[in-house]
Design a protein around this ligand. Sequence first.
Ligand SMILES: *[C@@H]1O[C@H](CO)[C@@H](O)[C@H](O)[C@H]1NC(C)=O
Ligand SMILES: *[C@@H]1O[C@H](CO)[C@@H](O)[C@H](O)[C@H]1NC(C)=O
Ligand SMILES: *[C@@H]1O[C@H](CO)[C@@H](O)[C@H](O)[C@H]1NC(C)=O
Length: 357
Amino acid sequence: MAFTLWLVPLTLLASYYTFVAAAVAIPQSPNQKVIKNKVEEGCDLYEGKWVIDEFYPLHNASSDCPFIAKGFDCVRNGRPDKKYLKYRWKPNACDLPRFDGEKFLERNKGKKIMFVGDSISNNMWQSLTCLLHKTVPNSNYTLTRQSLLSIFSFPEYEASIMWLKNGFLVDLINDKEKGGILKLDSISTGGQWKEVDILIFNSYHWWTHTGHSQTWDYFQVGDKLIKDMDHMEAFKIALTTWAKWIDSNIDPSKIRVFFQGISASHADEKACLRKTQPEEGSMAAPYPGVDIVKSVINNMTKPVELLDITLLTQLRIDGHPSIYTGSGPSFVDCSHWCLAGAPDSWNEIFYATLLRD
Ligand SMILES: *[C@@H]1O[C@H](CO)[C@@H](O)[C@H](O)[C@H]1NC(C)=O
Ligand SMILES: *[C@@H]1O[C@H](CO)[C@@H](O)[C@H](O)[C@H]1NC(C)=O
Ligand SMILES: *[C@@H]1O[C@H](CO)[C@@H](O)[C@H](O)[C@H]1NC(C)=O
């Protein structure tokens, strides 16, 4: 990843602290919407710590869920330490309800749930399908994969849990002469988003790519082609385009919208290598891009619920596949997450939020 925390401009830090201060001291702040969404009867689900729980993991990826992607199944890929499987996210003021797949599917009978986003979105989708299958093992499932869309269905409940691959949310087009053009103010694929009952978006990691890992050649805004610009500025423009799309196309009485917040990467200098324990404590430095996500969501006219997973992932430096991706020890993955692992907790939070009303 291109950013290191100590390189974050001071202005960014300042606005982050203003946000925190406002959040704590002034309930009527403009940030109220985000804050209201994350509080459940006085319990902030995102302030807490990772605790050892002998009842965890919630599933054994390989034996319970043969459909889990090889790259996430760290146990099968030979990861020798096992303590990382035992952590449960514990909010300070409450406990997350235990994940009950039957209850989840009863609640969502006849519904379509769609994750839209990058491979971290895939990570969460795979975790959810595994948690569901593990807790309702006698309910048959079908899994179909098309080029961009994967559909996991439980016919008994007429429920589908889908993942639609989309790294940027805005359009990336391929121009024969110019190459890849990332159109920051254009969304032409949103039609599929309107066909479901619950949407969980994410976008972030692709924006941080530079150099040879950058998957586009130009940015475009209006008619203007831009060779390069600050990638976080581009992320902000694109996310604002997405927000406007949701505001004008989604009826909240029909479709519930979530945004999966930024999942922390520990890829700088392969920091996750050989880590077998979470970071101590329940605080972490501000993470680049988080203030953009919160600000864009707060400025929306339609309700979007933020699954604010940044802090809890920042603490889980031990939770990445590292060299246990199944692709050999020269590949170190400090961005995705082992399953079982941290994404199961994101789904426990998602479940708690869905159960709330
Ligand atoms: C996972 O498998 C191990 C070994 O077979 C077993 O001891 C453990 O109970 C299993 N865990 C779950 C959550 O099923
Ligand atoms: C699951 O599929 C099997 C085999 O097709 C069938 O016998 C069984 O009744 C199905 N179970 C449910 C709950 O639909
Ligand atoms: C949200 O609205 C405020 C107040 O109008 C503005 O200052 C801020 O730049 C907006 N945030 C984004 C990300 O556009």
